[in-house]
Design a protein around this ligand. Structure first.
Ligand code: SF4
Length: 373
């Protein structure tokens, strides 16, 4: 397996049914409750858009209202399918090379972060750069930069997703900028290869993707520490702490819900969202551990669900709108109501952009200029 590819759902949880809808964007605000309703719904907290996603969307909306120019970005600001569709509907365009955009237009770096060269190239093309990198992703970039100060330092970056995930690509770009050796590890074979190639006297600093499965990341970090110790190689930092609070807490709610013997688990979110996919994997792992059957449905809105009976768990990704979750719980029409499971650690948390110009845009201060990079 190539570094960063991770395990597919089939390999991770053979025998667990995963159902994917044809279209990710099917959405209807006029929810029709199913008949008959299911028995009970257990809904996982937190739900709705996390602080980082809300901040990114707020910047885009604010820019859209202030700037008559077309908005561009290196990538959709988040993986939220509905918000991305809305922004594209507003005229925003994502993934276009800065050199192909007329100078003066606003250009947004997404919440996943990007290599420093992306903003540099955009500024060199005369674009106005606004950076909505989530502060928690930015924290991992800062951790990578500090490795440059460690003699013999190198980064082991834990990621179980695709090698082209924008968060991983951005982190690799930060390491490249500072000429720091950067290895992606997603399984024990990757760790064995790294431990073999590293030299005694080197220090491996472990960093991880914010949307990883927290248990899986913790186990891999421990395995790396054990392998490196046998070769006299120092390992620093626990990557499991890079899994952000809202992702970790949504995974924990998923475990609690599956432990309560639901027959179906509905994961509400975009099919291209890593943290949504992680919730499905956590549910599958938990079901496998308990030996009980579990049907998992990955949907973006209520209209993609089949009729479900019995007790149903509903959990949601960090870029999923709360209204989509409410649409699903309404559709399921539980005869014994909806019970919340977990703790809403997102409540009351708001994020500001780490970039001063972007922060000024949404904090009420007048930006120095919307026309300068
Ligand atoms: S999921 Fe976590 S890291 Fe990603 S945008 Fe939300 S708060 Fe930030």
């Amino acid at each position: 397996m190539a570094p960063g590819e991770g395990l597919s759902m089939k390999e991770l949880a053979p025998g667990v049914q995963l159902w994917r809808p044809e279209s990710d964007l099917l959405h209807d605000p006029n929810v029709v409750p199913q008949e008959p309703g299911c028995r009970q719904v257990l809904v996982g907290l937190p739900l709705g858009e996390c602080g980082g996603v809300a901040m990114a969307n707020k910047v885009i909306v604010e820019l859209g209202s202030r700037s008559p120019q077309r908005l561009y970005g290196n990538h959709p600001p988040t993986h939220g399918a509905d918000s991305t569709a809305d922004f594209v509907g507003m005229g925003a365009r994502f993934g276009i090379a800065p050199a192909d955009i007329s100078p003066g237009q606003p250009y947004v770096i997404s919440a996943h972060g990007a290599a420093p060269s992306v903003a540099r190239e955009a500024k060199a093309s005369g674009l106005q750069v606004f950076d909505v990198t989530c502060p928690l992703v930015y924290r991992t970039h800062e951790a990578i930069k500090r490795v440059a100060e460690v003699a013999g330092g190198r980064v082991a970056y834990i990621s179980f997703g695709k090698p082209d995930h924008p968060e991983l690509v951005g982190a690799a770009g930060v390491a490249a900028e500072h000429e720091i050796p950067f290895d992606v590890i997603g399984n024990r074979e990757h760790v064995d290869a790294l431990a073999t190639s590293a030299q005694p006297g080197e220090t491996i600093v472990v960093v991880g993707q914010t949307t990883n499965n927290s248990d899986q990341a913790g186990e891999l970090a421990e395995y790396l520490a054990a392998q490196a110790a046998q070769r006299g190689i120092t390992v620093g930092r626990a990557a499991s702490r890079d899994v952000c609070h809202t992702v970790r807490d949504r995974q924990e709610s998923t475990r609690l819900i599956v432990a309560r013997r639901v027959g179906s688990l509905v994961v509400v979110g975009s099919v291209n969202s890593k943290n949504t996919e992680s919730l499905a994997k956590v549910g599958a792992e938990e079901a496998q551990r308990s030996g009980r059957p579990l049907d998992i449905y990955l949907v973006n809105s209520w209209g993609q669900l089949p009729i479900l009976g019995g007790d149903v768990g509903v959990v949601s990704g960090a870029s999923t709108r709360a209204q989509n979750v409410h649409g699903v719980t309404t559709r399921l029409a539980p005869r014994h109501g909806v019970t919340e499971v977990g703790v809403d650690t997102d409540k009351g948390i708001t994020f500001l952009p780490v970039d001063a110009k972007t922060r000024a845009l949404i904090s009420g201060e007048e930006p120095t200029s919307l026309r300068q990079g």
